[in-house]
Every structure is written in structure tokens, then in C-alpha cells.
Design a protein around this ligand. Structure first.
Ligand SMILES: Nc1ncnc2c1ncn2[C@@H]1O[C@H](COP(=O)(O)OP(=O)(O)O)[C@@H](O)[C@H]1O
Ligand SMILES: [Mg+2]
Length: 346
């Protein structure tokens, strides 16, 4: 059972619906958005701040990885796979210890272990298989980028690393904002699966809240500060950036991770859709989605300002949710959900 007696079947069906929403985007746009290097390149050309790429390694064999000149990299850097996911392909290096590397959070990684991690990226161990560019022979690309620094006002909440906001976006309207904090125990990564509890969501005005979460809330930061009721630094700018990213990529539906850095919001990565809006009540998200679609249908969203207004409207409770009613409403708007009708081919 889901929370408060919701049959899991319904929650699962909503999750399945959300996971299918990449289908309402142009496939090429999905491919660019989900490929970290292509996405950064495209976003940068659209005037959106991204982490600077400082090296790209396209190996033909593992020997190319062993022979790479790691001394050519700056003392701090982040290693990633272009198709990596869940933080598994990410290594955040904050300094050197002789031949070895110091990670965010203080752990030491030997040079050999870093090379092993790079080989795992190359071999596609962490790659997003659903992305059409995935290729058996070439597998994944390894790249190095600048280490982003946290916004000064977020430092009291962090032992290491930085914070970012994950925006769930539909047709320019943010419908879910999750605050994520780098964790020392995750070597500076903020992916939520490294923690048993979920960091707060953000209200449309940018305040942290535990409302509408269905999983245990992370009420305090690793530094012991309360995380609730705080206006998150740089929120307005991050919201603006998320909208600009979605507009630039021309995708109807996506999730976007916007880092809150010392130089303002930085677009870190995007996904075309997701099944799990970590900890979120899917009934609430389904209701917000329907409300957005109704506004689109009525021609209400003609500008970024309109999209912001709609965001404020869709967050207003109460959320009365009846699955059949929702499904019928969605059907009227052209979305076919569940077993009764085949999933729309998007
Ligand atoms: N350039 C960077 N500087 C500092 N931290 C970073 C940087 N890139 C990623 N991180 C941290 O690592 C996490 C995972 O990186 P990300 O690029 O989102 O990969 P994944 O797709 O595997 O989640 C981010 O959520 C963030 O906390
Ligand atoms: Mg990520």
C-alpha cells in the first residue's frame, strides 16, 4: 500500500506514466539532454552557465586510460561519464596527495583506483542504457570538469560539496523542486539514494518544506542545522535558469539539476523523464500535472511569467485525488493511461 491507503497499483501506474513522458519530447532533444557533454555544449551555446569541461578522454582501449596524463589536470576536478547516472560514474577530487587524489569529504583515492573508475565508465558499467547513443563498441566517454564551489550562504549546511535543486518541469512550469545537499558519506555527491532520508522540497517561493513527502525527511543537515523553513539561497535565479534550460532544449518534459554555486546557478545535468520523484507523493504530482495541462489547453502559458504564475497556482492545496477521475481528465487532454487504453505511443 502507498501512503494513506492508496493502492500501490495506482501509484505505480502514475509512476509508469511519468516515466513514459520522455515520449512527448523530440527524440533528438532527449538524446542531447541526457548526454552530459552534448547537453553542456548545447546549454552553453544558449547562454546558460555550465561547469567548464577541462578534459575529454575518448579511449579506444583501457591502455589509453592508463596512459592518460592525469598530471595535466588541475589539483581539483570532477571525473564523469557522459552517460553516467545515480552518481556512480562521478569522482569528485578536491586535491592531490602525491600521486593519489583527495576526494570531497576527505577520503583518499589511489591513482590506480581512479584509473579503475575511469575504466568502469569506459566499459559502460554506469551508463544510461536507454539513451540511444549508447554503443557496444565505444561505450562511454570519460570527461573532466571544474569543481564547482558552493554558494557562500549554503556553506553552513554542508560539510563538503554544494547543494543543487532538482526541478521537475512540464511545459515550462516547475511542478516539483527537491533540494539536494552533497554528503560527506557520499564523497561529496548529492544523489539522494546515498541517504536513508530525503532532503526537503521547496515551495514555489523557495522555502524548504517537508510537506507532500512520503518518505522520511532529512530534517537537519550533516552539519546539524535545521533544514526546514529556510529560503534557499539563489532560488529565484535557479528557477529562472531551469526555465531557460527547458526552453532552450525545446523539451516538453524533463528534470533538471541546477547547482547553487559561488557564481550563481549552474546547469549540471538533465533527464528527459523519471519514474521516481524521490520521496514525492505521486498523487500530488499527478494533480499538478493535470492542472498544468489544463492551463496549456486554455492557452494560459504564453511567457515565462505566465509559467511562473501557473506554478504558484498548481502548488495550492488541497489535492483531492481520484484515480479514475484523473485518468478520465487526462484522457480528455489526449493522455491515455493504464490498461484500459494502450499507452500513447509518445
Ligand atoms: N562539477 C561539479 N562540482 C562539484 N560537484 C559536482 C560536480 N558535478 C557533479 N557534482 C556532484 O555529483 C553529483 C552527481 O553528478 P551528476 O553529474 O549529477 O551525475 P549523475 O547523473 O550520475 O547523478 C551531483 O549531484 C553533485 O552533487
Ligand atoms: Mg545527477
Amino acid at each position: 500500500m502507498g501512503k494513506e491507503g492508496t493502492p500501490m497499483k495506482e501509484t505505480a501506474r502514475i509512476e509508469h506514466f511519468f516515466a513514459s513522458l520522455h515520449g512527448c519530447n523530440e527524440p533528438y532533444a532527449n538524446m542531447v539532454l541526457c548526454h552530459k557533454l552534448m547537453a553542456k555544449d548545447f546549454a552553453e551555446k544558449s547562454g546558460i552557465p555550465v561547469p567548464e569541461t577541462i578534459g575529454v578522454l575518448k579511449p579506444v582501449s583501457e591502455d589509453d586510460i592508463r596512459n592518460y596524463d592525469y598530471n595535466s589536470l588541475p589539483d581539483s576536478f570532477v571525473m564523469k561519464g557522459a552517460l553516467g547516472r545515480y552518481g556512480q560514474a562521478v569522482t569528485i577530487v578536491t586535491g592531490r596527495r602525491g600521486e593519489d587524489f583527495e576526494l570531497a569529504g576527505g577520503r583518499i583515492m589511489t591513482r590506480d583506483t581512479l584509473i579503475e573508475a575511469a575504466c568502469s565508465i569506459y566499459n559502460g558499467k554506469w551508463s544510461e542504457w536507454s539513451v540511444p547513443v549508447h554503443n557496444e563498441q565505444w561505450k562511454d566517454i570519460i570527461f573532466f570538469e571544474e569543481l564547482l564551489k558552493p554558494h557562500p550562504d549554503t556553506k553552513p549546511y554542508l560539510k563538503c560539496g554544494m547543494s543543487d535543486i532538482r526541478f521537475g518541469m512540464h511545459k515550462l512550469v516547475p511542478f516539483h523542486m527537491l533540494l539536494r545537499l552533497s554528503l560527506e558519506k557520499a564523497d561529496g555527491k548529492s544523489n539522494t539514494h546515498y541517504s536513508d532520508s530525503i532532503p526537503p522540497l521547496l515551495t514555489p517561493a523557495g522555502y524548504t518544506t517537508g510537506e507532500t513527502l512520503v518518505k522520511p525527511l532529512l530534517g537537519t543537515s550533516e552539519t546539524g542545522k535545521t533544514l526546514l523553513g529556510i529560503k534557499w539561497p539563489c532560488y529565484e535565479e535557479a528557477l529562472d535558469t531551469a526555465m531557460r534550460v527547458q526552453h532552450a532544449f525545446r523539451v516538453n518534459h524533463c528534470t533538471l539539476d541546477i547547482a547553487i554555486t559561488d557564481r550563481g546557478p549552474v546547469f549540471m545535468e538533465g533527464h528527459a523523464s523519471t519514474r521516481s520523484y524521490t520521496g514525492a507523493d505521486m498523487k500530488v504530482l499527478a494533480t499538478r500535472f493535470l492542472r498544468i495541462e489544463k492551463c496549456v489547453h486554455e492557452g494560459r502559458i504564453k511567457s515565462m511569467d505566465d509559467a511562473r504564475d501557473v506554478m504558484h497556482d498548481i502548488f495550492v492545496p488541497p489535492y483531492k485525488f481520484d484515480f479514475e477521475e484523473w485518468r478520465n481528465n487526462m484522457w480528455d487532454l489526449g493522455y491515455q493511461i493504464g490498461q484500459k487504453h494502450r499507452q500513447r505511443s509518445h
